[in-house]
Design a binder for this molecule. Structure first.
Ligand code: C2O
Ligand code: CU
Ligand code: CU
Length: 488
């Protein structure tokens, strides 16, 4: 659905008045967010520089298959879009350094907290024990915590890491605490993938104000904070001159709230990896939607010399203050193909993905996202309570979860520890379920306003307490999170 600017203004105002009536007793404000708060932020000082990837995290390999490294969270000055700013960083870079691992690696990763506030480290999308990847622990200023785990088989793909202390995620993440995790496996040796030119694109929006990444949240930011600068690996519209005609892009949306609706000019994209692994064969898509927290890998066959942009297309996420973002299509990355390239083929087969069969499920649960936005956000009518167990599951069983969005904002659902498969989706105002076209492992799935999603969740390998939540960090911080405890 596309709206003209005028229609959008009217829509925005109407939904605002509706919401204001609901939550604040009807204060009337006209005009966009930026007009209201003057928080438009600085413009980029540099653009079009050669694409750079985040540094690799420096690791020690004391013996084969063992990886040791430290990640230090601190308040430092970094360069974003050519501007020197104060930010929160991992190992002094934003985005943080990329942790590159292989399936089967034994990892000892130490988080050191040099911030003035508590934090912790979440390895988003990794199927490891919730005792290790534990959002309930807080690492106090000056303290550290060791995460020891084995990278599971079948984990090839792109993950990421970020803080998870309840109530503080949004401000820490917005200020820069994000980094990618890349997991290699024998699937990367598929000849067509070997022939491709690989690039990691960590996407995130920022607002830079008075020399700082503006991490404090004003009232309306609790709808989901947007930044005015959409950066790729911390750079504004970097430029890539590829050497090969087949690109493999690893995409991570590390924004607090901004979904990226992506399109590559004049070329389709071929999806090969979703959040948690390879799919069976490439699936051709014209657009790719990445909600906050979501990852995907795509192949692009460059077909001729020319300049092509990776575009971020307008999308109305129901956030009545921000409206549709971006207002018009925006280039994130410019790819300059110098000469008509020799065509490289796509792989025909990737991995085998066992489709979960819902008949084997032992329970069906309902997860309702709601609340009195933007004051509080709820799951099944309740705000998060770390002491309460919302769902109790049994190890080695399959469950069906039906997730329902009860308002007009988007809510990307995310479950820790246990990757799932989407079975079907239902749009707003429709009562028919659309079955998912192919099986894929995910840990994030977007719910547009008033939509529903049905997923199959295998509770495999680990027991313990873990969480599920909306991955708009503001919604999560204000309560849209629940606890799942899996018992033997
Ligand atoms: Cu990426 Cu619980 O989060
Ligand atoms: Cu996570
Ligand atoms: Cu949400």
């Amino acid at each position: 659905m596309t709206y003209s600017k005028n229609q959008r203004a009217i829509l925005t105002r109407r939904s605002f008045v509706r919401l204001a009536g609901l939550t604040t007793g009807g204060i009337a404000v006209v005009g966009g967010y930026h007009a209201l708060f003057g928080q438009s932020g600085e413009r980029a000082k540099e653009s079009g520089l050669a694409l750079r990837e985040p540094e690799l995290l420096r690791v020690r390999r004391p013996e084969p298959g063992v990886v040791e490294a430290e990640i230090v969270a601190s308040h430092t000055s970094v360069t974003l879009a050519g501007i020197t700013v104060q930010a929160l960083s991992y190992n002094d870079t934003v985005p943080g350094p990329t942790l590159r691992l292989r399936e089967g690696d034994r990892v000892r990763l130490c988080l050191i907290n040099h911030l003035e506030v508590p934090t912790n480290l979440h390895t988003h999308g990794l199927h490891i024990s919730p005792e290790v990847d534990n959002p309930f622990v807080h690492v106090m200023p000056g303290e550290s915590r060791l995460h020891e785990f084995t990278v599971p088989k079948g984990a090839a793909g792109t993950r990421w890491y970020h803080p998870h202390p309840h109530g503080m995620v949004a401000t820490q993440q917005f200020a820069g605490l994000t980094g990618a995790i890349v997991i290699e496996s024998s699937l990367d040796e598929i000849p067509e993938l070997q022939a491709a030119e690989e690039h990691l694109l960590v996407l995130k929006d920022f607002t830079i104000l008075r020399g700082e990444v503006a991490a404090s949240h004003s009232f309306f930011d609790w709808l989901g904070k947007y930044g005015n600068l959409c950066l790729v690996n911390g750079a504004y519209r970097p430029k890539l001159v590829p050497q090969k005609s087949l690109l493999r892009l690893r995409l991570v949306n590390t924004s607090n709230a901004r979904p990226f609706r992506l399109k590559f000019q004049e070329h389709p994209m071929h999806l090969i990896v979703t959040d948690d692994g390879f799919i069976e064969k490439p699936v051709t898509v014209e657009e790719l939607f990445l909600s906050p927290g979501e990852r995907a890998e795509v192949l692009i066959q460059l077909k001729r010399a020319g300049t092509f942009n990776l575009l971020h297309l307008p999308y109305d996420d129901g956030n009545f203050v921000v409206g549709s973002e971006p207002a018009k299509e925006e280039a994130l990355l410019t790819v300059v193909v110098p000469a008509t390239p020799k065509r490289l083929p796509l792989p025909t087969r990737l991995a085998s993905v066992d489709a979960l069969s819902p008949e084997q499920a032992v329970t069906t649960r309902t997860v309702q996202f709601g609340g009195a936005i933007p004051f509080n956000y709820t799951v099944n009518g309740k705000q998060f309570d770390p002491e309460r167990v919302d769902f109790r599951g049994r190890l080695n069983t399959l469950e069906i979860w039906e997730i329902e969005n009860h308002n007009g904002l988007i809510h990307p659902f995310h479950l820790h520890t246990y990757p799932f498969q989407v079975l079907a989706r239902q749009d707003a105002k429709s009562s028919t379920w659309r079955p998912e076209p192919f099986p894929a492992w995910r840990d994030n799935i977007n719910l547009s306003g008033h939509s529903k999603v049905r997923i199959a969740v295998p509770l495999r390998d680990f027991i313990g307490k873990t969480v599920f939540h909306c991955h708009i960090s503001e919604h999560e911080d204000r309560g849209m999170m629940g606890v799942l405890e899996v018992e033997a």
